[in-house]
Design a protein around this ligand. Structure first.
Ligand code: FPP
Length: 260
């Protein structure tokens, strides 16, 4: 997809159109990761139950996935459920799982039509059986897609991911009689859920919180962080475009002194 795909859905003369025009198409982030936050507060402000906030958040997911594909991003990773989220009331957890299933059933055809590869990162094996089945189906059906890789982080924890990777790596090192000094950063990256994918260039967090919340701890070493007060159910295409336009103004130095 390309500029034309986005212009098709962005009305001429709108604020979104100026944002699209402000974006440098040769310097798009390859991977955008999002901590979706603020569903509960969105619901509270409207005197609704928390789960209504999650339900409304599905529209934002749809909008952001579509925009990412139209922009031609390589990877989009959304943080939907952390290893800590099991502490929430059982009814909320059940609703979140139900919404995921519903989302996949409703969106699978759209994902396929837009050449989007769906993947889960996290300990999928601990999720309810029916949810696992739906997720497996989504991954299997979109396996050959060549466009956007759409990762959903589910039962995900950054520390748990690194611990699992280190355990695997040590087992390999011992089995091959290698010296511990042969361990490289690449060898660790290759054992994470995101193996083979570029690290996030841009990490977005909604609802104004300034935390990483155990998300992609290894992979975000050099990510640019963009935080907005907007609550996730209100997050739309224009916010993603704004984040990318702002990202492009940053001077990424990776510990060096920059090119200016
Ligand atoms: C954070 O809001 C949001 C979540 C923990 C879940 C996000 C899930 C969805 C939008 C629905 C399902 C997802 C997909 C990918 C189909 P919060 O409850 O922590 O809000 P609060 O901080 O205001 O309480």
């Amino acid at each position: 997809m390309a500029l034309q795909d986005l212009l098709e859905v962005v009305p001429a003369g709108s604020e979104e159109r100026s944002l699209v025009q402000a974006i440098d198409w040769t310097r798009l982030p390859r991977h955008v990761a999002v901590i979706m936050d603020g569903n509960g507060r969105w619901a509270r402000q409207r005197h609704k139950r928390r789960v209504e906030g999650h339900r409304a958040g599905i529209d934002s997911v749809r909008d952001v996935v579509e925009t990412s594909a139209r922009l031609g991003l390589e990877v989009l990773t959304l943080y939907a459920f952390s290893v800590e989220n099991w502490k929430r009331p059982p009814t909320e957890v059940r609703t979140l799982m139900g919404l995921l299933k519903h989302y996949l059933r409703m969106e699978l055809d759209t994902l396929l039509r837009n050449d989007i590869r769906f993947q889960v990162i996290g300990r999928m094996e601990d999720l309810p059986g029916d949810v696992q089945k739906e997720l497996e189906r989504g991954m299997e059906r979109t396996r050959h897609a060549k466009g956007l890789v759409f990762n959903i982080a589910l039962n995900y924890g950054g520390r748990a991911e690194i611990k699992d990777a280190v355990q695997q790596l040590l087992a390999d090192v011992v089995a091959n009689g290698q010296d511990p000094s042969s361990i490289t950063e690449e060898a660790i990256s290759a054992r994470l859920y995101t193996a083979g994918l570029p690290d996030p260039d841009l990490l977005i967090r909604t609802s104004g919180e300034m935390r990483i919340s155990n998300f992609l701890l290894w992979q975000i070493a050099y990510s640019e962080i963009w935080v907005t007060e907007v609550l996730w159910p209100d997050f739309r295409r224009r916010h993603l475009l704004q984040a990318i336009a702002d990202y492009q103004k940053r001077d990424r130095r990776y510990g060096g002194i920059g090119g200016a």
